[in-house]
Design a binder for this molecule. Structure first.
Ligand code: PFF
Length: 456
C-alpha cells in the first residue's frame, strides 16, 4: 500500500497556525453546540448531566483528541493507512478507520437532516410565521415541518447537494475563510440571546436547572450519554481528528490547539444553554422536549426583541454555516479513505459518499413521517443512528485509539509527536497524557459503556 510519510508530500495541508485552529474548531463547533447539547441537557436532568459531560471532556475527550492528532500528524495519511503504518504488521488496528467511516455515514445521515431543519427555518423565519412565544405555535410549526415527508426529504437533498457542491468545486478553503469571519457574529448573537433570556421572569429557574446539580438524576445511561456527547462534540473516536492531524504542520502546537478548541467549544455550548433554559421555564416549554427543543424555544426568545424576526434569520444562517464546517470534516473521513485506499478520484469519492447518504439519510429524514412506526431496538432510524454512533462507535473507537497509543505506539513516539520532537519542552505533560491514555481513559470508557448499555 501507499501508506506512510511519502504520501504526506503529495497531500495538501493547513497553511497557517491560525488556519489549523480555525479548521479544527470548525469541525468541533456545529449543531452539537446549538442543538444537541441543549436538548440532551434538557432531556437528562440539567446540571448533573452538564457536570458529567465536562468531566468526560477533560478526562477522556482531551487526551483522546491529542492522541488522534498526534497519530495523524506522525503518519500524514488517512486513518486506515495511518494505523497500518504505525502498527506492527498484521495487527488489525486499521479497523478503527473502517469503524470511523461507518460512524461518519451514520452521523451524516441524521446530521444532514438537522441541518435541513435549520435551512427550512431560515425561510420560515423570513416569512415570520414562527416568531412567537406561544409553545403551541412554535411546536406546531416544527411538527408541520418534520412530519411532512416531502419537505423533510427535499431540504435534506438540498443540504447534501450544497455540501457535495462545496467539495466538488474545491472551495472548502473559501468556506473555511468565510466561517472564520462569521463565527464571531454567531458568538455575539448568542451573547445577545443570553442577555434577553436572562432578563425573562423565570431566568433563575433556568440557570438553576443548568448549574445546580441534582445528583439523583445521574444514572448510568445519563453518564453514557454525557460521555457520548463529549466524543461527538470534539469530533473524536472516529478518525476525523486523525485526518485533520494529518494536515497539521510540524511546528503546530498540538496540546495548545486542543485545549483552545475544547475551551471555545465548551464556551459556545454554555452560551446556547444560557440562551435557551431561562426561556424554556418562562414560556412553559418542556425541558425534555428532545430534538425539537432548540427549534421551538429559539423563536420564543427572538420574539422578545425588536427586529427579532431578522435577527432570527441571521441566527439560523450562521447556525447553518457552523454546521457546514462540521459536515465538511465528517465528509472528509469517507472521501479521503475512498480516495487514498480505493484509488477513486476525489470527485468520484465525493459523489459516491453523497449518493450513499441520499439513500441512508432518507431513513432519518422520514423518521417522523413515513417511517415513524419503523423501529429497531425501540428507536426510530434517526435516534438509532445517533445512539449507535455517539454511544457505541465513538467511545469504542476512543478505547482502541487510547490502547493503541498506550500499549503499542509507546510513550517515546507519542511524546515526540505531541511535543514537536521535544521542541515544546512539555515532556511532563506528554507523560501525564500518556498515563491517562494507557490506563485511565480506556478503563473509564469501558466501564461507562458496559454500565450504560446495561451489561452489568
Ligand atoms: N462536532 C460536531 C458538532 O458538535 O456539531 C459534530 C461532528 C463533526 C461529530 C465531525 C463527529 C465528527 F467527526
Amino acid at each position: 500500500s501507499t501508506a506512510g510519510p511519502k504520501l504526506g508530500l503529495a497531500r495538501a495541508g493547513f497553511s497557517s497556525g491560525f488556519g489549523v485552529l480555525a479548521a479544527t474548531l470548525g469541525s468541533a463547533v456545529g449543531l452539537g453546540n446549538i442543538w444537541k447539547f441543549p436538548y440532551l441537557t434538557g432531556a437528562n436532568g440539567g446540571a448533573g448531566f452538564l457536570l458529567v459531560y465536562v468531566l468526560a471532556t477533560l478526562l477522556v475527550g482531551l487526551p483522546v483528541m491529542m492522541a488522534e492528532i498526534s497519530l495523524g500528524r506522525a503518519a500524514k495519511a488517512n486513518p486506515i493507512s495511518t494505523l497500518q503504518a504505525l502498527a506492527p504488521k498484521r495487527q488489525p488496528w486499521w479497523l478503527i478507520g473502517v469503524a470511523g467511516m461507518l460512524a461518519a455515514f451514520l452521523i451524516l445521515s441524521f446530521y444532514s437532516e438537522v441541518v435541513a431543519w435549520v435551512f427550512a427555518y431560515v425561510f420560515k423565519a423570513m416569512r415570520g410565521s414562527i416568531l412567537s412565544s406561544d409553545p403551541q405555535v412554535t411546536e406546531a410549526a416544527f411538527n408541520a415541518l418534520i412530519s411532512d415527508p416531502l419537505q423533510s426529504l427535499l431540504w435534506q437533498w438540498g443540504v447534501l447537494v450544497f455540501i457535495g457542491g462545496i467539495l466538488l468545486l474545491g472551495v472548502t478553503k473559501g468556506i473555511e475563510a468565510m466561517t472564520k469571519k462569521l463565527m464571531p457574529i454567531l458568538f455575539l448573537l448568542l451573547l445577545l440571546l443570553c442577555a434577553v433570556s436572562l432578563s425573562l421572569d423565570k431566568a433563575l429557574q433556568g440557570l438553576a436547572f443548568l448549574f445546580q446539580p441534582d445528583f439523583s438524576k445521574i444514572t448510568a445511561s445519563v453518564v453514557l450519554t454525557a460521555m457520548g456527547l463529549a466524543f461527538f462534540k470534539l469530533s473524536i473516536g472516529m478518525g476525523t481528528m486523525m485526518t485533520y492531524g494529518s494536515y497539521f504542520r510540524d511546528d503546530q502546537n498540538i496540546p495548545l490547539t486542543t485545549v483552545r478548541v475544547m475551551s471555545a467549544d465548551l464556551c459556545i455550548s454554555m452560551l446556547a444553554g444560557i440562551a435557551i433554559f431561562p426561556a424554556v421555564f418562562t414560556f412553559g416549554f418542556a425541558p425534555a422536549a428532545g430534538p425539537a427543543l432548540v427549534f421551538i424555544t429559539i423563536p420564543a426568545v427572538f420574539s422578545q426583541i425588536p427586529m427579532g424576526q431578522w435577527l432570527m434569520v441571521v441566527f439560523f444562517v450562521l447556525a447553518a454555516i457552523a454546521a457546514t464546517g462540521a459536515m465538511l470534516s465528517l465528509m472528509e473521513v469517507p472521501v479521503v479513505i475512498l480516495h487514498e485506499r480505493l484509488g477513486l478520484s476525489r470527485p468520484k469519492a465525493t459523489l459516491l459518499t453523497i449518493g450513499l447518504l441520499v439513500v441512508l439519510g432518507a431513513s432519518c429524514a422520514l423518521s417522523n413521517s413515513a417511517l415513524a412506526d419503523f423501529k429497531l431496538f425501540g428507536m426510530s432510524m434517526f435516534d438509532l443512528f445517533d445512539f449507535v454512533s455517539s454511544n457505541i462507535i465513538l467511545p469504542a473507537g476512543g478505547i482502541f485509539i487510547a490502547l493503541f497509543v498506550g500499549w503499542v505506539w509507546g510513550v517515546d513516539k507519542f511524546s515526540r509527536s505531541l511535543t514537536n520532537h521535544g521542541q515544546l519542552h512539555n515532556q511532563k505533560l506528554a507523560q501525564a497524557v500518556f498515563f491517562l491514555l494507557r490506563y485511565v481513559s480506556p478503563a473509564l470508557i469501558l466501564v461507562v459503556m458496559l454500565k450504560g448499555l446495561k451489561f452489568f
